[in-house]
Design a protein around this ligand. Structure first.
Ligand code: G3I
Length: 502
């Protein structure tokens, strides 16, 4: 069981909220394997064989956190039979042994995939490709009979419109090659769960509709398909928002066709979100939470497999460029996404939705990270709206002076933020909530909210969807407005997330 050292919780930019710190202090949370077992979900990860063999810290998390392992590449045709007539099962066997040693199940990926045909196969000769493909399928399934619980029999055979792709396999093996592959796999291992796996089919759309047609047709034709794998490679862009209710309905409809639903290859790319690292993690965590919760809630969703679990080893960096798409960071420390998956599998609301990410926003723990570009800040009972203490900005000489927080680590695109504060100033003076952003556009000011002061406490409450121009160098949140000589009192500052219905 990996230790969960209490992370250094620095204010605002911290990667753990105070609640998460408290949880970590209570001892390591339950493993994803245990949480999944309670939810009847087999939680798995793709594994990098080299890392599994050479990185003990990586192997420790694989061993303790997951119930199922998927060799990321070692069971594909080209890696197995890179050289004609020489089948190399060493890497796959190593993973199978590791899984056996840790009482984990094995997912075989992927028997039939047009992108992993060995280069020596003459794909221009249909009879050759057909003979070699079905020989490979049968030999591989038989080699791991009783070890592999689930096979991705056919991978990515639909085109973007949801039709059967006109690929080299379809042209060489004929229009029923998908059916033929499932029948051959069933013959080779009558007990394995046989799945069709594809990407871009998690939410409603033409390809998802095509998947539904394919699965319905296979089931209707008596083809031995037991499950459908929905690859969940998410790429977050600033205005990303997924209709999770539509995802739920789509998964439910697939289940109604008589197959198990597997969320496979889950990872969430955030490199195209500008702003703070914590905010990007929170955008990512929302997606991880939604997929985990939806799978937990749907009885037919029996498997949730991450496409790796740590940013230290991800196909995304190798293939698409630097990114941090997974649950543990490069140093194998937990990220917000891991806590979100724990909440999702537990059937709890995501804690990120109820957390005040502005540490010490109620001023009860001291002045904290609040500063002022001029005048003085005085924490006092007199300036409290609630609780013991509030914060007074006094001796102001400019309208733009006032209590300020550096939110550079926090605010990021991909999240709808809700920012609140109690504020008070002289009647007739302006109270304004402002963001100052330094990014590729230079220095810009965003007025989030302005009210006319009335000498009493006023609750400022607004939402904000960032639209930065990365890279973002700095973001400051502050209250300004009154003329020189007028104080600003603030209390109960809160920066939260506007959560969708998951
Ligand atoms: O290990 C060799 C290395 O020795 C060699 O020098 C290098 C240069 O070619 O290649 C290395 O192998 C690469 C392998 O990943 C390990 O990094 C292969 O070229 C490369 O093609 C392979 O890419 C894999 C890709 O599928 C294609 O099979 C990715 O790791 C893997 O994450 C990715 O996973 C796929 C799923 O199987 C199907 N769904 C989509 C998903 C992402 O593309």
């Amino acid at each position: 069981m990996p230790s969960y050292p209490i992370m250094t919780c620095f204010l605002l930019g911290g990667t753990l909220s105070s609640g998460q710190m408290a949880q970590a202090a209570e001892g390591a949370p339950q493993t994803l394997r245990d949480l999944g077992a309670r939810a009847n979900v087999v939680v798995g990860t793709a594994v990098d064989v080299d890392a599994l063999a050479k990185d003990p810290a990586y192997a420790e998390i694989v061993a303790s956190q997951f119930a199922s392992l998927t060799p990321e590449n070692a069971m594909k045709w080209a890696p197995i039979e890179h050289t004609k007539g020489q089948r190399d099962l060493h890497a796959a066997t190593f993973v199978a042994q590791f899984a056996r040693d840790h009482k984990q199940t094995l997912r075989g990926h992927a028997l039939v995939w047009d992108l992993e045909i060995p280069s020596w196969v003459d794909t221009s000769a249909p009879a050759v490709l057909s003979r070699e493909q079905f020989r490979h399928l049968t030999e591989t399934v038989q080699a791991f009979q009783g070890q592999v619980a689930t096979w991705d029999v056919v991978n990515e055979a639909l085109d973007a419109n949801g039709n059967r792709a006109d690929n080299v396999l379809a042209r060489a093996l004929g229009p029923t090659y998908i059916e033929d592959a499932f029948r051959a796999a069933r013959k080779a291992d009558p007990k394995a769960i046989l799945a069709y796996n594809d990407h871009g089919v998690l939410w409603p759309g033409p390809k998802a509709d095509g998947l539904t047609r394919l699965v319905g047709g296979l089931k209707g034709g008596g083809v031995p398909i037991d499950a459908v794998g929905l690859q969940s490679h998410l790429h977050l862009v600033p205005d990303w928002r997924i209709d999770w209710a539509g995802v739920r309905a789509h998964l439910q409809h697939l289940a109604s066709l008589g197959v198990a639903v597997h969320l496979t290859e889950v990872d969430v790319r955030t490199a195209d979100l500008a702003g703070g690292s914590l905010g990007r993690q929170l955008a990512q965590a929302q997606a991880f939470y939604a997929m985990s919760r939806i799978c937990r809630d749907l009885p037919a969703c029996t498997h949730l497999t991450f496409w790796g679990f740590t940013d230290r080893y991800s196909w995304v960096d190798r293939t698409l460029g630097p990114d941090d798409p997974l649950l543990w960071d490069d140093q194998l420390q937990p990220k917000q996404g891991l806590f979100a998956v724990q909440d999702g599998l537990s059937g709890k609301p995501w804690s990120g939705c109820s957390t005040n990410w502005a540490a010490n926003g109620d001023l009860e723990g001291g002045v904290g990270a609040f500063v002022t570009p001029g005048g003085r800040l005085v924490r006092s009972r007199e300036a409290a709206a609630k609780g013991e203490y509030g914060l007074r900005s006094t001796d102001r000489t400019e309208t733009w002076q006032g209590p300020r927080l550096d939110v550079s680590q926090l605010l990021a695109e991909g999240v709808d933020w809700r920012i609140q504060a109690d504020a008070r100033t002289t009647s007739g003076q302006i109270l304004r909530m402002t963001l100052r952003v330094e990014d590729a556009r230079g220095e810009t000011y965003e007025s989030l909210l302005a009210v006319s002061g009335n000498g009493a406490w006023q609750h400022l409450d607004t939402t904000f969807r960032p639209d930065f121009s990365g890279p973002v160098r700095r973001i400051d949140w502050y209250i300004e407005g009154p003329e020189a000589g007028h104080n600003i009192d603030i209390d109960n500052v809160s920066i939260g997330i506007v959560c969708p219905t998951f």
